[in-house]
Ligand binder design. Structure first.
Ligand code: ARG
Length: 265
């Protein structure tokens, strides 16, 4: 409810600023890109901060933390634009982009054809895929096909939800966050959680999870991209150029090493 109110407030503010803009007599309304429309250099980036180590909140720190957060701030710096992070539910991100409440999304979002109908993506910046988490004592589920007849939790609006729906005979529970899914697993409400591999790994190894294990089979290979509005091709070019620069000058690798401890690029 609170989020909804906030969204409405943002929408109202946007409408107001557009009104003010046209009121000034300029017929620059056609100028595309919300950066231009808002008349400032702030890059408004949406994420669903429930996805450590990509985007999450750490009580000890004011700023949002994670690989995506460091990467988008570095990209903003390259572009000479201040980055403002807006946290919202994962399934609300693309609608917020389409409503021009944000300029871009960075949220461990997989590039896929379905989404490409509605948004532009940057070049891929991270390769992931899906794995499963089950309870420690689980014997019946060893691979994805074993999910038939089982209850599975996934985050709503994700590729996990899409993929699990393809497995016949699964009872799927779509919850708001991966944390909700893990809780449901521990409470015996479901038999497995399907979610992005690096997030599952972080949950198992870094957040002190007990009583659960990750299975090694990987269901898909997916690439993450930064999403932008279809009518903002300039922004897509700028973001790709900045991303390339960060890959070439070693900055991307530094951020990668900070969150994933070295190894591959
Ligand atoms: N990679 C998956 C997808 O694109 C899950 C992303 C979830 N991201 C998040 N911040 N909760 O659907």
């Amino acid at each position: 409810m609170f989020k909804f109110k906030k969204l409405m407030a943002v929408a109202a503010a946007c409408a107001l600023s557009v009104a003010a803009f046209t009121g000034c007599g300029g017929d620059q309304q056609a100028t595309s890109g919300s950066g231009a429309a808002s008349g400032e250099k702030i890059l408004r980036v949406g994420c669903s901060a429930d996805f450590a180590p990509f985007e999450f909140q750490d009580e000890t720190q004011k700023e949002f933390q994670g690989f995506d957060m460091d990467l988008i701030r570095a990209i903003g710096k390259e572009m000479g634009r201040e980055v403002e992070i807006k946290d919202m539910g994962f399934d609300g991100l693309i609608p917020a982009l389409q409503a021009k409440n944000i300029d871009a999304i960075i949220s461990g979002m997989t590039i896929n054809e379905e989404r490409q109908k509605n948004v532009n993506f940057s070049d891929p910046y991270y390769e992931a895929g899906l794995t499963m988490i089950v309870r420690d004592n689980e014997e019946a589920i060893k691979k994805f096909q074993d999910l038939k007849g089982k209850k599975v939790a996934v985050q709503i609006g994700t590729t996990s939800a899409e993929e699990v729906k393809k497995i016949e005979g699964v009872e799927i529970k779509e919850l708001n966050t991966p944390a909700d899914c893990f809780m449901e697993l521990k409470a015996n409400g479901v038999d497995a959680v399907v979610n992005d591999k690096p997030v599952n790994e972080y949950y198992i190894t870094k957040s002190g999870a007990t009583g659960v294990k990750e299975l090694t089979e990987k269901l898909t290979a997916e690439n993450y991209g930064i999403a932008m509005s279809k009518d903002n091709a300039d922004l897509q070019k700028e973001i790709n150029a900045a991303l390339k620069k960060l890959k070439d000058n070693g900055e991307y690798q530094k951020i990668y090493d900070k969150w994933f401890g070295g190894a591959k690029k």
